[in-house]
Design a protein around this ligand. Structure first.
Ligand code: BYC
Length: 329
C-alpha cells in the first residue's frame, strides 16, 4: 500500500526495478515530458510523490490554525475579510493536494489517518504560536513568501497533476504574500508600538521560516532522487538562498532588522549569507515537541470528530441519490 511509504528513499529498491522501463522513464523525465497517473512509474517515484504531496496537503490544513487564532480579533472588517479569504484558500489548497495524491492510488482517508495519528509530517513552521496581530503580517510576508519560493518550481514538477495544482496554488500564495507584506508596511508606518510588534514578529518567525526549506543539502535524504526525477528543481539550500536574497532588502525597506547577527552580504557571490540555523530545534519540532505540535493535532482531531455528522449526512444523501438514479434508469 503506497500510503505506508512515509519514508521513501531507498536506492536499492530503485535499482531493483526493471532497468529498461526505468531507463525509458528517465528519458521521458529528461525530455521534460509530464508523467500522468496511468503511466508506468517506479514505485519509489510514486512513494516520494505521495509523501511530499500529502505532507504538503497536511501543511495547508494545519496551516489554517495559526491564522484562525486571529480571525475574531482582526483590527478591521477589511482585515478580517482578507484573513478569512486567505484561510479559505488554504483549505482549498489542502483539498486540491489530497486530490492530486489520490491520483497516485492512495485514499484520502488513509492520508487523514496518518495525519491524525501523528505519523505524517507537516511543515515545521505551523508549530509556532501566533502571539499578536503582527504575526499575521509576518506569516503572509515570510511563510507565504517562502512557500512561493518553494512552490513556483513545483509548477514544473514532472508529475502532471501536482504541477497543474501548483499553478492555482501559487497564484493564491502571491496574494497571501502581498496581504502579509501590506500588514507589515502598515505597522512599520504606524506608532512606535506597532513597529515594535512588527520587529517582534520578524524576530520570532525568521528562523522558523528559513527552516521551512528543510535540512542543509548534505543532510537532505530525498533531494538527490527528487532532483533526478525533477520532482524538485532546486535543492533546499538553493531555495533558502533565493528566499533570503529576496527578503533581506524587503526587511530593510520596512526599516526592520533581520535577527541574525552573522547575516552579511557577500560581494564576491552577490548573495546574503546567513548565520547558523538551530537544527536541534528543527529536530525537536519534527519530533513532535515544538511549541504547538500537541495543540495543533488536538485541534485537528477535535475538528475531525465534530465534522463526522456532516460526512455521514453527505454519504447518506449520496447513497440515496444513487439509489434513486438506479431505480429511474
Ligand atoms: N517541516 O530529504 P528532505 C504553505 C522533512 S505549506 C517538516 O530535504 P524533501 C502554507 C522531510 O519531509 C508549506 N518536515 O525532504 C500553508 C523529510 O522527512 P520524511 C509546505 C520537513 O521532501 C498555509 C526529512 O525532513 N510546503 O506553504 O526532499 C499557510 C528530510 O528532508 C521540513 C511543502 O510541503 C519542514 N520544514 O524536501 C501558509 C512544499 N523540511 O518525509 C503557507 C512541498 C524537511 O523522510 N514539499 N522535512 O519523514 C517540499 O518541497 C519538500 O518536501 C521539502 C523537503 C523542501 C519541504
Amino acid at each position: 500500500m503506497y500510503a505506508q511509504g512515509l519514508n521513501s528513499t531507498d536506492p536499492a529498491a530503485v535499482e531493483a526495478e526493471d532497468p529498461d522501463r526505468l531507463a525509458a522513464f528517465q528519458a521521458r523525465i529528461d525530455a521534460e515530458e509530464k508523467i500522468e497517473p496511468n503511466d508506468w512509474m517506479p514505485a519509489q517515484y510514486r512513494r516520494t510523490l505521495v509523501r511530499q504531496i500529502s505532507q504538503h496537503a497536511h501543511s495547508e490544513v494545519i496551516g489554517m490554525q495559526p491564522e484562525g487564532n486571529w480571525v475574531t480579533r482582526a483590527p478591521t472588517l477589511a482585515r478580517k475579510a482578507q484573513l478569512l479569504a486567505k484561510i479559505q484558500d488554504e483549505a482549498g489548497h489542502g483539498l486540491y493536494l489530497y486530490s492530486a495524491a489520490e491520483t497516485l492510488g492512495v485514499t484520502r482517508e488513509a492520508l487523514y489517518d496518518q495525519l491524525l495519528s501523528g505519523r505524517a509530517k507537516y511543515s515545521s513552521i505551523f508549530n509556532y504560536p501566533t502571539l499578536n496581530y503582527a504575526d499575521m503580517g509576518a506569516i503572509g510576508w515570510l511563510v507565504d513568501g517562502a512557500a512561493i519560493m518553494n512552490q513556483i518550481p513545483l509548477c514544473r514538477c514532472s508529475y502532471g497533476p501536482y504541477a497543474r495544482a501548483m499553478i492555482l496554488v501559487c497564484k493564491e500564495e502571491s496574494f497571501h504574500q502581498r496581504q502579509g507584506y501590506a500588514i507589515m508596511v502598515a505597522m512599520c508606518r504606524g506608532s512606535a508600538e506597532q513597529r515594535a510588534m512588527a520587529q517582534d514578529a520578524l524576530n520570532r518567525f525568521w528562523q522558523p521560516s528559513i527552516m521551512m526549506f528543510g535540512p542543509h543539502d548534505s543532510n537532505s535524504t530525498h533531494s538527490e532522487l527528487s532532483m533526478k526525477w525533477k520532482i524538485k528543481r532546486f535543492t533546499n539550500d538553493g531555495l533558502r538562498r533565493k528566499f533570503i536574497d529576496a527578503t533581506v532588502p524587503q526587511a530593510h525597506s520596512l526599516g526592520l532588522t533581520i535577527p541574525d547577527p552573522d547575516l552579511r552580504f557577500n560581494e564576491a557571490t552577490g548573495h546574503w549569507e546567513h548565520g547558523a540555523i538551530d537544527w536541534d530545534e528543527f529536530a525537536r519540532v519534527l519530533g513532535g515537541d515544538g511549541p504547538c505540535n500537541r495543540q495543533r493535532l488536538k485541534h485537528r482531531r477535535a475538528a475531525e470528530a465534530e465534522g463526522a455528522w456532516v460526512r455521514e449526512a453527505a454519504a447518506a444523501y449520496a447513497a440515496k441519490r444513487r439509489g434513486a438514479n438506479e431505480r429511474a434508469a
